[in-house]
Design a binder for this molecule. Structure first.
Ligand SMILES: *Cc1c(COP(=O)(O)O)cnc(C)c1O
Length: 416
């Protein structure tokens, strides 16, 4: 359970499994149905006008801007993150792209952690081409973030646990810095999920979750979300269009992200996938508790094994940001990396394993394993790999739901 939760509230899973009931139960069905209608009709034309003008609460317009099924999922994520609202997207990348493109414009500046998801890093190049300045920094040190801030800086972006190196930024110091300077603080919570960490506890303004990974957990549906924690004062943000500067100022940011990111850019999550993600979300705490415990056992086992050169896992005392991880995360997540000799040794080891699936991707029910240098960091080239500390023998593991003794036994036999 996230350390920020109040003891007088129902538990994390108690809240999530009953979330659908707050939406009006249709025909007594206790799970929110999949609404596939693209159009929404009204008896009175005044009601349709009310939907367009935002005066009819809970009304639907056209499915590109959301459906009752995506709304139910958004409400669950808002509850998990203890935020004030959520906009869902077709993928995590669509959520990140919409956040950047709807809130930043040419001449603005973004400070981004240098340890981010590869496709997020690639997207930064697109922002630069559009005239948005970007500085990447080692965000494990808040002073490096502070030093990168310019008069035109509007936003700071970090990930809670970076993949594959498991770096953890100085989350609360950066939060304080952003609050002091009036910057939008965006935290990608994909690896930790709201069960292990609530970014609102470090003053994040917006939280990104790739729903594809930890929250859905089954590897059967893509999705993404942006949640507003309610902590940022959008009244003072210069890039909110006049049209969205109406009503409760706390909603202005999300209003713009929904209108521009869904209605105009169209990165909409389908109701079918929203439903699958909702079903997965109900078991989030159970899955993450088990996979984090297994990952910690594996990390300890690998760290003690003489064939293994290095293990990267935030809950090991040897991890450079162990103190920060321990302070903020209730467990270390399912992401684990380790170095095993040169590339040939790493590949031979992977081939000796019987249980993990040799596959890219993260956050599945099955344990996934991949050698990092010749796959996801191949295109980057040897120089970039060296600069990022990606050794030739680096192996990334996404720990699944297999029983811990089964995985430990398999690793033991494969290490020989
Ligand atoms: C996978 C991932 C994303 C992108 O999510 P998709 O749903 O695959 O588009 C973003 N951030 C992080 C940290 C991720 O691991």
């Amino acid at each position: 359970m996230s350390k920020t939760s109040k003891t007088d509230q129902p538990g994390f899973t108690t809240q999530i499994v009953h979330a659908d009931q707050h939406f009006g139960v249709e025909h007594g069905g206790i799970h929110k149905p999949i609404h596939t209608s693209v159009q929404y009709g009204y008896d009175r034309v005044e009601d349709l006008i009310g939907v367009f003008q935002g005066t009819l609460k809970g009304g639907y317009n056209y499915a590109r801007q959301g459906t009752p099924t995506t709304a139910a999922l958004e409400s669950k994520i808002t509850q998990m993150e203890q935020g004030i609202g959520t906009v869902s997207f077709a993928t995590g990348m669509a959520a990140i792209t919409a956040t950047f493109l709807t809130l930043l414009k040419a001449g603005d500046h973004l400070v981004c952690s240098q340890f981010v998801f590869g496709n997020t890093n690639s997207l930064l190049g697109t922002l630069k081409d559009l005239g948005i300045g970007v500085t990447t920094v080692d965000a494990t040190h808040a002073d490096k973030v502070a030093a990168a801030i310019q008069p035109s800086t509007r936003m700071v972006f970090v990930e809670t646990i970076a993949n594959p190196g498991t770096q953890v930024p100085d989350l609360s110091a950066i939060g304080k810095l952003c609050a002091d300077r009036g910057l939008v603080y965006v935290v990608d919570n994909t690896i930790t999920s709201p069960f292990l960490f609530r970014p609102s506890s470090v003053q994040a303004s917006l939280v990104i979750n790739s729903l594809t990974k930890t929250i859905a957990g089954h590897g059967s549906a893509l999705g993404g979300a942006v949640t507003d924690t309610g902590l940022y004062n959008w009244d003072s943000y210069p890039n909110i269009f006049a049209n969205y500067r109406k009503g409760d100022a706390r909603q202005w940011g999300l209003q713009q992200i929904r209108k521009k990111g869904l209605r105009d850019m169209g990165g909409t999550l389908s109701s079918e996938h929203a439903h699958q993600i909702s079903v997965g979300a109900e078991t989030l705490s159970l899955r993450v508790t088990q996979s984090s415990a297994t990952a910690l056992s594996l990390a300890r086992f690998l760290e003690d094994h003489k064939a293994v050169d290095r293990v990267y896992y935030p809950m090991l005392a040897s991890h450079p940001q162990h103190a920060i991880a321990k302070q903020h995360f209730s467990a270390g997540s399912w992401l684990l990396s380790f170095e095993l000799g040169d590339e040939a040794a790493a590949l031979a080891f992977i081939n000796r394993l019987k249980l993990p699936v040799v596959a890219t991707g993260l956050g599945d029910t099955r344990t996934l394993i991949i050698p990092v240098a010749p796959t996801i960091f191949w295109e980057a080239g040897a120089q970039v790999r060296a600069a990022m500390g990606i050794a030739d023998g680096l192996i990334r593991l996404s720990v699944g739901l297999e029983e811990s003794p089964d995985l430990l036994g398999d690793f033991e036999q494969a290490l020989g």
